[in-house]
Write a protein that binds this ligand. Sequence first.
Ligand code: ZN
Length: 155
Amino acid sequence: MGYRNIVKDDDPMKTLHKKCRPVTEFNQKLWDLLDDMADTMYQAEGVGLAGPQVGYLRRVFVIDVGEGLIEFINPEILETSGEQDGNEGCLSFPGEYGMVIRPNYVKMRAQDREGNWFEVEGEELFARAMCHENDHLDGIVFKERAYRMLEEDEY
Ligand code: ZN
């Protein structure tokens, strides 16, 4: 078990705004990182956490929307459809929420921690989380996608 500091937007290195490189080594170091990312996400009560949010500029994120933990390494979006309009937050932007339109259905492929490719599809919150976390790998944060940020009395 290990907890990592979650990078916030005031980070002078602008870590959250950098494009991540692919993961090339599937080794103990990656597995330790993935374990720590899951611990950190659960402790912070989030549903997803991406590499750059713990200062790791590689294409990796974890998601658990209540259906179990999934680790995504070098993910790619294969297919999207529909639309959902809803509020979104981010562990790197505590206390900030915004309205973001996302596809309602997303199909991705990614590698697991051993390097094996798998496909996964999801709707609603799961689809939203996959898009949000995948954006992090390209240095895009949800505030750049939000068409309106919420006021405090709207949470
Ligand atoms: Zn986020």
